[in-house]
Write a protein that binds this ligand. Structure first.
Ligand code: HEM
Ligand code: HEM
Length: 190
């Protein structure tokens, strides 16, 4: 028999209904960074040969920024629990949301690691404009071919899961009208 009552007890009176401004800032700035880094990654074969190294470096530096932000976000998140889901959210959404969020965090953690390995074992140096970081590693196809492939596949997995996650948020908002999207949507105070 399907259990229909909520899995959590109703939130205590006065408990926050929405994510705070810091959580929203992390969420939406990282959404923009994933879109920019992912877009640059997808285009890396389309650049002319002369500018390809430049764009791969830009991709890598913004990817590193995303990675550092992820640590800050994760540290902050451990100290700040998310708001309790509204009581009307069904069991299916409740069960799925945490594994989906954890997988999104995990992908944003692992993808840059494979990117860094690919970058360094391709013999590239990080160019920060005013200084360079060169690990002096010789280009080694046996390393960077598989890591580049896995980096790409995991990036596609991230795009797909983030897309499904965004569609779910829109479904909650426009079909279910249950306020889930508003929890993460910046709004003026009443
Ligand atoms: C979440 C962050 C990132 C995303 C979503 C992402 C996405 C992508 C995508 C979609 C590709 C193209 C893969 C293909 O053609 O199959 C790519 C390639 C690549 N990425 Fe990333 N990437 C990220 C972070 C990084 C970081 C942090 C670095 C390095 C520090 C990096 C280095 C590379 C390199 C070296 C390539 C291959 C380009 C080449 O040498 O031809 N990526 N990335
Ligand atoms: C790169 C794209 C995205 C990534 C990686 C991402 C990742 C995440 C993560 C990890 C959380 C959990 C936050 C936490 O509790 O720690 C979250 C929550 C949320 N995201 Fe996204 N997100 C993305 C795009 C979007 C988009 C485009 C939308 C809206 C259309 C959206 C709507 C939401 C909402 C409403 C929540 C709160 C869910 C709840 O109340 O439980 N996200 N997102």
């Amino acid at each position: 028999m399907v259990k229909t009552e909520p899995l959590q007890s109703p939130p205590p009176a006065g408990a926050p209904e929405r994510y705070g401004p810091v959580a929203m800032l992390f969420h939406w700035s990282m959404f923009v960074l994933v879109a920019v880094v992912g877009g640059l990654g997808l285009m890396h074969d389309s650049w002319p040969k002369e500018t390809q190294a430049f764009w791969i470096n830009v991709h890598a530096l913004i990817g590193l920024l995303l990675w550092l932000l992820l640590f800050a976000r994760f540290g902050w998140r451990l100290a700040h629990s998310p708001p309790v889901l509204p009581a009307e959210i069904g069991a299916f959404s409740r069960r799925l949301s945490t594994p989906v969020h954890v997988t999104l965090y995990a992908l944003m953690f692992v993808i840059p690691i494979l990117g860094i390995v690919t970058f360094i074992w391709h013999g590239r140096a990080f160019d920060f404009g005013i200084f360079q970081v060169d690990f002096g590693v010789k280009s080694n196809k046996a390393v960077f071919h598989p890591t580049e492939d896995i980096h790409g596949y995991l990036a596609y997995a991230l795009f797909t899961l983030a897309g499904v996650h965004a569609l779910a948020a829109l479904w909650h908002h426009f079909i279910q009208h249950d306020g889930v999207l508003k929890r993460m949507w910046p709004a003026r105070r009443a």
